[in-house]
Design a protein around this ligand. Structure first.
Ligand SMILES: C[S@@+](CC[C@H](N)C(=O)[O-])C[C@H]1O[C@@H](n2cnc3c(N)ncnc32)[C@H](O)[C@@H]1O
Length: 500
């Protein structure tokens, strides 16, 4: 591990001007909003943001560590692709089970209870449980809930007869002969996502499923959820679903070709086979290990966390949505439609999510929980955050943002995160660790140091910043290179906080 100063080299204000010229070299998953020319007023604000960013980086100077063992593969879903059970549903925003295992063992967390307030596909839940710990998760979207429910059912409730039923489905493909059809929920944003033959096959598959018991139905529906993108004309693309030219829909460009669109029968049989194959491994694994209890709360962590008891968790391992405009309710729309979510429910889910899209309206946090006054105050007093918000509002007023919802989204993101951090701090035991995976972002040319802003807020809310582990960024992360690239690199980090 090498300790270094992030963005340490600050040259003159003139140099900073050049650092903000639009054609910077940063490649990021985050859409950057770049001004075409830099005005004197912008320069002033940039200088202020820059100075505050520098001040904060000086303050956290000895906390930053570039950790080579934290590869992108480990911190993303990639490392799960080869692991039985984790590989079934490719939840692209997931982190990996080995990352959770690494953090728990590296920081000596061996017993007690773990929490993940943004459980997603349940990586923390299953990895911490496999390490023998009890785990609670909170997840808002029904797709995450289904992935977790299906895995729990397969690993803990499935009977020999249930397995025989699934094998029968693989052998006999009952949907091919079925006349029962279960109509697919139609959503405006998913209309026309499948060819007529695929739609028909899905409806017959769902129809035939209704004859099975609840557990078998859950697993058959899960297998279908796992393949929906691959049999559709769409591809998940962060902010929305991208449409293949064969769909006849225009969004995503007339020329987008997603490549092979899988045949329903082949794709579903391959997925069922994969699940059956892994279950053999998992049942072998289960016999050898004591697994901790898993409990999933369904809903928004903003509503659920205040209900949790104080001082009850030995660790929190989590990754919230990033402040990057990714809209899970759009990218997971096929799956949500299959799960019966209607238009109104979809909009409600979008609004309940942590503010990370330009469509999120401001949430009245103090009306949700008056106890959050201190968290709101911590965000109010975070100088760098306030300078960034001021700049973005100013850019909006000048009509320079390509979407006027950006300032509201960034504000909502940090204020809501402040409240969630306050809750995490409250429910953690003394000396417990909190690990958070998150990315920095950039809007209108201004870098938003999410890592330092959230760490500074966390400190106001009873958590000590032990380290901010930085992923090596491909360009090389030696102190010298970090200095040279300075503002170019949008850090991807794992924050290590501890309840003081
Ligand atoms: C980065 S993903 C977490 C992925 C997870 N670590 C995994 O390995 O699968 C963030 C998750 O937060 C969920 N989420 C967003 N807003 C939420 C809220 N208000 N309450 C609970 N979950 C929320 C999203 O649905 C998404 O699944």
């Amino acid at each position: 591990m090498i300790s270094l100063l992030p963005q340490k080299i600050k040259k003159t204000v003139e140099m900073n001007l050049f650092e903000f010229i639009p054609n910077d070299k940063v490649s990021s998953q985050n859409p950057s909003e770049k001004p075409e020319i830099v005005t004197p007023e912008q320069l002033n604000t940039f200088s202020k943001i820059d100075a505050l960013d520098f001040k904060l980086s000086q303050y956290f100077n000895n906390k930053f560590i570039v950790q080579r063992s934290l590869t992108r593969q480990l911190v993303s879903f990639q490392a799960n692709k080869m692991i039985a059970s984790y590989r079934w549903y490719k939840y692209k925003e997931a982190f990996s089970a080995p990352l959770v295992g690494y953090l728990l063992s590296r920081y000596g967390i061996e017993s007690g209870k773990v929490l993940d307030p943004f459980a997603g596909s349940g990586t923390t839940l299953f990895a911490a449980s496999a390490a023998g710990m009890g785990v609670d998760g909170i997840e808002l979207l029904p797709i995450g809930e289904q992935i977790i429910a299906a895995r729990l059912c397969l690993e803990r409730e499935f009977t020999v007869d249930d397995f025989a039923d699934i094998k029968r489905w693989l052998k006999k493909c009952p949907w091919k002969q079925s006349n029962e059809r279960y109509p697919l929920q139609k959503l405006r944003i998913t209309d026309g996502a499948y060819s007529p033959e695929t739609s028909d096959a899905i409806e017959r598959y769902m129809g035939a499923m209704q004859k099975e018991n609840e557990r078998v139905r859950l697993i058959l529906r899960f297998a279908l959820l796992c393949i929906m993108e691959s049999i559709s004309y769409t591809r998940k693309d962060g902010q929305y679903l991208r449409w293949d030219y064969r769909s006849g829909r225009r969004k995503g460009g007339k020329t987008f070709n997603k490549g092979e669109i899988l045949n329903f029968d082949e794709a579903i049989c391959a997925k069922i086979e994969e699940i059956l194959h892994d279950m053999k491994l998992v049942s072998g694994h289960l016999e050898k290990h004591d697994q901790g209890n898993i409990h999933l709360f369904k809903g928004s962590c903003l509503d659920i966390m205040p209900e949790l008891s104080c001082d009850s968790y030995n660790a929190i391992v989590t990754s919230p949505p990033y402040c990057n405009r990714y809209d899970y309710t759009r990218t997971y729309a096929l799956e949500l439609a299959l799960l019966g979510v209607n238009e109104k429910e979809l909009i409600n889910l979008r609004q309940q999510m942590l503010s990370c899209t330009v469509e999120n309206r401001a949430k009245d946090l103090l009306a949700i929980n008056p106890q959050w006054a201190k968290a709101v105050e911590a965000a109010d007093q975070q100088e760098l955050l306030q300078a960034i918000l001021h700049y973005l509002e100013d850019q909006k007023a000048q009509g320079k943002l390509n979407n006027s919802g950006i300032p509201r989204m960034v504000r909502g993101y940090f204020y809501e995160m402040a409240c969630i951090i306050a809750e995490c701090s409250r429910v953690m035991k003394q000396n417990a660790y909190m690990f958070m995976v998150n990315d920095n972002v950039r809007y209108a040319g201004a870098s938003v140091s999410v890592d330092m802003i959230l760490s500074s807020i966390a400190q106001k809310l009873g958590l000590q910043v032990e380290n901010i582990l930085v992923l090596p960024n491909g360009k090389g992360n030696s102190s010298q290179q970090m200095g040279e690239h300075g503002r170019d690199s949008l850090r991807k980090c794992v924050y290590i906080w501890r309840k003081a």
